[in-house]
Design a protein around this ligand. Sequence first.
Ligand SMILES: NC(=O)c1ccc[n+]([C@@H]2O[C@H](COP(=O)([O-])OP(=O)(O)OC[C@H]3O[C@@H](n4cnc5c(N)ncnc54)[C@H](O)[C@@H]3O)[C@@H](O)[C@H]2O)c1
Ligand SMILES: O=C(O)C[C@H](O)C(=O)O
Length: 349
Amino acid sequence: MQRIARISAHLNPPNLQTGESSSLRPASCRSKGGAPGFKVAILGAAGGIGQPLALLMKMNPLVSVLHLYDVVNAPGVTADISHMNTGAVVRGFLGQPQLENALTGMDLVIIPAGVPRKPGMTRDDLFNINAGIVRTLCEGIAKCCPNAIVNVISNPVNSTVPIAAEVFKKAGTYNPRRLLGVTTLDVVRANTFVAEVMGIDPREVNVPVVGGHAGVTILPLLSQVKPSCSFTSEEISYLTDRIQNGGTEVVEAKAGAGSATLSMAYAASKFADACLRGLRGDADVVECSFVASQVTELPFFATKVRLGRSGAEEIFPLGPLNAFERGGLEKAKKELAESIQKGVSFITK
Ligand SMILES: NC(=O)c1ccc[n+]([C@@H]2O[C@H](COP(=O)([O-])OP(=O)(O)OC[C@H]3O[C@@H](n4cnc5c(N)ncnc54)[C@H](O)[C@@H]3O)[C@@H](O)[C@H]2O)c1
Ligand SMILES: O=C(O)C[C@H](O)C(=O)O
C-alpha cells in the first residue's frame, strides 16, 4: 500500500485551483488531519511575507491545518509547501469566492495581504489600497471565524487595526482581546541593534518597543532593556533612529522591490507561535503588540501584552520612562491619534 501511495504522489498532480492533490489518489492517501493542533489561515499567502511565513507556520508543531489564501498564485505556493513532511495539512484558496472556505473553522488568522512601500513612500501612503483589502478580509473573518485570534500585519498597522476593530464592531463580533497588530519586527530589530552595540548575543536581549508601527510612533524603551544596559546619549540617539527607521532602511536597500519580507516572516511566525502557545494555555507568554488599550488616552497602543486562551489577557503599563522617552511618547501619541482616527473614519464615515 505504501508503494501505491508513493507512485500516486507522482502521477496525480495537485488540483490547479487549490493546490491539494487530485481525487485520483487512492483512499489510502487521504489527508487525515495530522497531529492535533490549531487551524491557522494566512491571507496574502503568496506574497513576499506570505510565502516564507507559510513555510515557517508549516514547520510549527502547534499547527495542524494551514490554509493559504491569496488572490493570485495560491495553488502553486500550496503545492510547494504541502510537500514538506511536517504535521500540518495544507490547503490552498484562490480569490474572493474561496475566502469563506479559507476562513471557516480557523483559530488564528494572519493578514499580510496588501501592497508594500517603495522608496520615498510612508506607510500611510499605502492606506488607500490596503484599507479596503483589510476591510474585506475582516468582513470574511466576522462571518466565518468570529472567535479567531487575528494578527494584522498589513500597513499602515496604526490604521488597519482600528479598521479591523470597526468592521468587527459593525458585525457584532468585536472582542478587543482577539485583535492584535503585529509590531514584533520592531522588537526583533531593536534586539538585534542593541546587541550589536553592546557586543552581546541578540537572543539574550529584550527591548520593549511601544506606541505604534510607523516612524516616531515606534518608541523603543532603551531604559528598560533586559539584561540591563546603560547607553551613552550618542548610542541612544543612534539606536532610536535606527529602530524607528529600520523599515525604511530595508525599503531603500530593496530599491523598489518591496519592503521587509524575510525578517517580517520570522517576526510574524514568532508572534503567531506566541499566540498559539497562549491559546494552548501556556503561562507567561508576553510579547509587544498594538492592541485596544487604556495605557494612554488613545484607544489603541502597543505595549507588552500577556497572551492566553482568549488572546491579549493582560496589557502591561509602560513602566518608568526617562525624560527622552517621555518626549518621544508625546510625539508618538500625536501621530498615532491621527492614524487611528483615519482608520476609524474609513469604516464609520
Ligand atoms: N507589520 C509589519 O511589521 C510589516 C512588516 C513588513 C511589511 N508589512 C506590510 O505587509 C504587507 C504585505 O507586504 P509584502 O511584502 O508581503 O507584499 P507583497 O506585495 O509581496 O504581497 C502581498 C500579497 O497580498 C496579496 N493580496 C492583495 N490583495 C489581496 C486580497 N484582497 N486578499 C488576499 N490577498 C491579497 C497579493 O496578491 C500578494 O500576494 C504590506 O502592506 C507591508 O507594508 C508590515
Ligand atoms: O517599512 C515598511 O514599509 C514595512 C514594515 O512596516 C517594516 O517595518 O519593515
